[in-house]
Design a protein around this ligand. Structure first.
Ligand SMILES: [Zn+2]
Length: 406
């Protein structure tokens, strides 16, 4: 593979996740200079520390610069942010090592389930054995996953793991390549089918949560309306007009977490919850019609994912929903799976004790959301009920620490 083609493949791989430079293979040896052994995997380890968080990017200019700096480098995509990978290992057996055939194992799973994996972005490993990586999208709240049950040669790369991308060279001397017709230019990253997700979930409870909740978003909202607001909520008070709530929503930086759609969505949901906190119906309605759900590439539109962030937003807003009145029993819902799910989440949420200053800052912010850090400090100091002066920096720190409640 010539240099230009390598770079093209590497840049194309940014559609799979942020990219980070690894040591490459030169004349069959790892660029780092160490001999291969059990702990050293030639061409499969990062050039710099901290790759999981700092040294990975989708920025083409940065990647071009790295490529210029390390012309023989391999590159890896960090999974778990946009995509996850089914890693189908294929290798002949050797002394003391059984042969592996992930492709045959996947075919067996497909036959047993009478289902088929949809076409998705696929990479052939440079091992030359036919081993491949299949990229998929998964919902955010599926819980812990493991390799599919009953398999030995199918691995699952999920949270912040690095997967070598096309344009990189394997120790065998061959290059990693996109499978013909299955590059990110030609196919979308498919959703991981439910049937295979079910084989990868660690316990039956998790399976129940994701399979029972309806996939139809309209039905989900009907169910949530029936369930009503979370326990401890205030009865309906002052209703803010939709336009005002929506205007507040527009001030939320939608792309505050460009690398983490789930955080962006949650941040948005929290802001919405704060602005119509006594009005469950309004909250659901505005969320359902909101622009974020129609953004291109958004992972929204999956019922379990939406239920998860809506519910998280309300649990986080409990300070505002507190009431002496008892709520409608949550069990009245027509869908016990959703009720159980929300009840369980509410029960596991622990309130962390907060200092008087923190409490005062949060309370004032919620009463007067338009005050900036300076304004909050000034109002609290003017009141003089706290035992020490509140500075703008105190407010800023609290705003950052309690971002989810802000
Ligand atoms: Zn090395």
């Amino acid at each position: 593979m010539i240099s230009g083609e390598r770079l093209k493949n590497i840049l194309l791989s940014t559609k799979l996740g942020p990219i980070t430079p690894f040591f490459g293979i030169v004349n069959g040896n790892c660029e780092c200079g160490k001999p291969p052994n059990d702990k050293h995997k030639p061409g499969k380890h990062p050039r710099a520390g901290g790759w999981q968080h700092k040294n990975a990017t989708t920025d083409h200019a940065t990647i071009r610069q790295w490529f210029g700096q390390y012309p023989d480098a391999n590159f890896a995509a960090i999974t778990g942010i946009d995509t996850v990978v089914l890693d189908l290992d294929v290798r002949p057996g050797g002394p003391g090592k059984p042969a592996k055939d992930g492709i045959a194992e996947l075919a067996h799973l497909e036959n047993t389930a009478a289902q088929q994996i949809p076409p998705t972005v696929t990479v052939f490993s440079g091992s030359g054995t036919g081993a491949k990586h299949l990229y998929f999208a998964i919902p955010q709240n599926v819980g812990q996953l493991q390799k599919p049950k009953g398999t030995t040669a199918i691995d699952f790369q999920r949270s912040r793991q690095a997967v070598i991308v096309p344009g990189s060279r394997h120790a065998s001397g061959h290059f990693y390549t996109f499978a013909p017709g299955l590059s990110p230019d030609e196919v979308e990253v498919a959703d991981l089918p439910d049937w295979i997700l079910a084989l990868m979930q660690k316990n039956a409870a998790a399976t129940r949560t994701t399979t029972t909740i309806t996939d139809d978003i309209g039905k989900l909202f009907d169910e949530l309306l029936k369930i009503g607001p979370p326990p401890g909520s205030l009865p309906p008070g002052r209703l803010r007009p939709d336009e005002i709530v929506m205007r507040k929503m527009k001030t939320v930086p939608m792309r505050k977490y460009p690398d983490n759609r789930s955080h962006s969505d949650s941040h948005w949901a929290w802001t919405l919850a704060r602005n119509c906190c006594h009005h469950w119906e309004q909250y659901l309605r505005l969320w359902k019609d909101s622009a974020i759900r129609t953004l291109p590439g958004t992972k929204c539109g999956r019922a379990s994912y939406e239920a998860d962030i809506l519910e998280k937003a309300f649990v986080a807003q409990r300070q505002q929903w507190k009431s002496k009145l008892t709520q409608r029993p949550i069990d009245e819902t027509a869908n016990p799976a959703i009720a159980k799910y929300i009840r369980k989440r509410a029960a596991t949420h622990r309130e962390v004790p907060r200092s008087p200053i923190t409490q005062a800052v949060l309370a004032l912010h919620h009463r007067k959301p338009d005050l900036d850090d300076n304004g909050i400090a000034r109002v609290l100091n003017a009141k003089g009920t706290l035992d020490r002066e509140v500075t703008r920096n105190n407010v800023k720190r609290i705003r950052h620490s309690y971002e989810h409640l802000w």
